[in-house]
Design a protein. Sequence first.
Length: 164
Amino acid sequence: MADRKPPRLAGGEADTLRSLLQYQRESLLGKVDGVDEDRARWSPVGSGTSLLWLITHMAAAEVTWVLHRFAGQDPVPPAAGPPGGTLRDAAEAYRRGWPAVDAVAFAGAGLDELCRRPDPGPPVSLRWVLMHLLEETARHAGHADILRELIDGSTGRLPHARAS
């Protein structure tokens, strides 16, 4: 089966970031599709990184960076449910967060606008936040790809989308 390639477009910076971020989100979730709960919690490394942890972490990262730090919303809503939640719970929470994150990140704020509630350290712009989420999602999709291959031999990107 041929790999689904990243989207190519000649749009503006925000459209490009949104398109590539969505591609990486879907790629990350594609790595965990069909994995049972025990395997989703399995970690071959001392850090404890597992497929479940990766999804839970990215759900929380998007909400924290865009809604809490950039938009200044308080409190940070629980992104991935209770600690004993399932992989399915985490994946659904991750998906449910995307519209709220996108509504803030791509609602017309300038990419140079600074976070309203910065974390410790130098202030960062919305552009930096979105690029950070893009690189972090892609990095963790790579981790998920390796974990999935160790679990059951599955590899690669998402298959081509079917024509509607």
